[in-house]
Design a protein around this ligand. Structure first.
Ligand code: SAH
Length: 462
């Protein structure tokens, strides 16, 4: 080994080293970051200002991961976590700091992405729309089911960055009823049950318990995701649930036979009750199928949609396009203020919902098309559609580049971009900018208190 390399190695940290560290920032995933000899050290469950003794767990080329060995001086951001599972769970990352600080972190994250990744400076940011409820806001749970090493049923959540199931009674983000249903499921499993799916072997039946609740209607859907077409004693589970959960309006089996991380399969069979559950949003009633996307935080979604409507600035004369429209919620919430609405979405169950949702709300100026947003937009452009305003709300990976091209060619006055990932939003805003669409305003919206995720809505003008 050359002398130079040796010196370099001597100064490098290794696994199990204990170093003094001050936390100076947060990563996009919500882990605290400190610097040691120029190297970024990621330490989960810390807060900016913490002085810690850090045990190094893993060293990569320019960064390392560690954990708190000793909290020497706690940050003033800190508060006591209200959740007994917080330290193990991969869901929340900010339960140990005050909500006020969480809002600042999320705001800065969105701003930083747009300035750094998007290269867009001097964009006017509006204040983050903070949530009123830090708990019980989720209307959906996908609870993994497994067996521990003694063959005992475990269900709850995955540990951070893994598929190891942590057995948990209840999640603070979910409504109380979900805890009751989980208890009933456990009891049914003890008495009847079926085999449990094993991710490694691909054998066994029960994969996930998938729950949804219409917050305004109170309706609950219980869905068991199974590796197969039949769940043994499903009728017994349904009967016990009907006796104990009067709000249940739908009991569904979803078949997923694939060896995949994707939770839901494409096939659903309603065993009892309705094929959809209903909820109310922005004064409209929406029917949602198990396979259709629906915002998990209804109250905050409503405020997000109102901000999107403000940005869309409709007067009643515009043609509006809603791309990645899910069950039609955003577009339909604006339909009375536009001349015509066209929604596009890839999941056909969601498009079926959107059509029914338009009809049931007496909205007659809406058309819904099932297909890939980029391809459908191209077809619509060829058909001569000239929307005045386009709303886009893509999944985390953001927009397809071809779609941005097609949108620019359709030349709407305004684009309202709703995004659940600030990094891909920033990437796409940059492309829009190059095509003549300037970002005029951005509002971060906290749809997911406690977690690292943050929603945003941006207004772009030609
Ligand atoms: N705007 C809706 C849904 C947003 S989630 C709401 O607020 O509820 C993003 C949606 O994009 C999902 O419904 C998903 O099924 C859909 N989607 C994903 N990829 C797509 C694609 N390539 N083309 C069209 N829709 C797509």
């Amino acid at each position: 080994m050359s002398k130079k390399k040796k010196i370099l190695n001597d100064s490098l940290i290794k696994k199990n080293d204990i170093i003094d560290l001050t936390i100076e920032g947060f990563s996009g995933e919500g882990s605290g970051i400190g610097r040691h000899e120029g190297m970024a050290i990621f330490v989960p469950l810390t807060a900016i200002g913490d002085k810690i003794k850090c045990r190094i767990l893993k060293v990569a080329k320019n960064y390392a991961f560690g954990k708190i060995e000793e909290l020497v001086e706690p940050s003033s951001m800190r508060t006591d976590s209200d959740c007994p599972y917080f330290e193990k769970c991969g869901g929340c990352v900010y339960r140990h700091i005050s909500y006020e600080e969480e809002q600042k972190i999320k705001f800065d994250k969105v701003k930083d992405c747009i300035e750094r990744i998007g290269g867009l400076k001097d964009i006017p940011f509006e204040p983050i729309i903070a949530a009123k409820d830090r708990c019980g806001y989720r209307n959906k749970a996908q609870i993994p089911v497994g067996l521990d090493k003694d063959g005992k049923l475990i269900m709850g959540f995955y540990a951070g960055h893994s598929h190891r199931i942590i057995d948990a009674k209840h999640c603070l983000l979910q409504p109380e009823e979900f805890g009751v249903i989980t208890d009933i499921f456990r009891e049914w499993f003890e008495n009847y049950g079926d085999t449990v799916y094993n991710e490694e072997t691909g054998k066994g039946v029960i994969r996930h318990l998938y729950l949804r609740r219409g917050e305004e209607t109170g309706e609950i859907m219980v869905c068991v995701v199974i590796n197969g077409d039949r769940l043994r004693d499903a009728d017994k589970l349904c009967t016990i649930l009907r006796e104990n959960v009067p709000a249940m309006t739908s009991f569904v089996l979803n078949t997923n036979k694939e060896k995949t991380n994707v939770i839901l399969g494409r096939k659903c069979r309603t065993v009892w009750g309705n094929d959809t559950i209903a909820d109310e949003l922005c004064g409209l009633r929406f029917n949602i199928s198990p396979l259709s996307f629906y915002q998990v935080n209804r109250k905050q979604a409503e405020r997000l949609y109102y901000k999107a409507a403000e940005y869309a600035n409709l007067t009643g004369r515009e043609k509006l396009m809603d791309l990645y429209c899910g069950a039609g919620t955003i577009g339909l919430s604006m339909a009375k203020n536009c001349e015509k609405l066209i929604g596009v979405e890839i999941i056909d169950a969601a498009i079926e919902n959107a059509k029914v949702n338009a009809a049931e709300n007496g909205i007659e100026n809406a058309e819904f098309i099932c297909g890939d947003a980029a391809k459908a937009a191209e077809v619509l452009a060829k058909r001569g559609e000239k929307p005045d305003v386009i709303v886009i709300d893509p999944p985390r990976k953001g927009c397809a580049a071809e779609l941005i091209d097609t949108i620019a060619n359709m030349a709407p006055e305004r684009v309202v971009y709703v995004s659940c990932d600030p990094a891909t939003l920033a990437r796409d805003l940059k492309i829009f900018d190059e095509k003549g669409y300037k970002t005029k305003k951005v509002t971060p919206v906290d749809l997911f208190p406690g977690t690292a995720h943050c929603e945003s809505v941006a207004l772009l003008e030609r």
